[in-house]
Design a protein. Sequence first.
Length: 160
Amino acid sequence: MKFSDQFESRFSEMLTHYPTKRSLLVPTLLYAQDEIGYLSDEAISEIAGRVDLTELEVRNVISYYSMLTTTARGKFNVQVCTNIACMLRGGEELLDHCKKKLGIGHKGTTPDGLFSLEEVECIGACSWAPAVQVNYDFHENLTTEEMDKVLDQCKNKGTQ
Ligand code: FES
């Protein structure tokens, strides 16, 4: 499998920073996912070989982190936390609102490929609950009106 020159240069650079190759796994998976949209069988096999792990070990790590996926997602992956702090401050209502607004359920993707929606466990922003992560951006203390603004901004960016 061939990755971009940018990926290769990042990978080579990381090799100089970590004591063992396996330490490169998570950042390498994130870079690969950013580049090809999801972690394909081919990418998993390639990365496992590069960091001296088995494919099963790589898949175990992927299944642990909600930011990593083996299936294609929308351009904007909306992750709504409904864990305890967020649940107490309206996380479930926010998730229901997103489901209605986007017309998709948990792990669904809109037909135009713009949005994916996911209910997730704590994303480490409990002090600012309810919290939502869209790709790498956090949005906190959200109301349904503010959630609409976030989704509208994504839509505008995605259709430009
Ligand atoms: S419970 Fe939602 S961010 Fe921690």
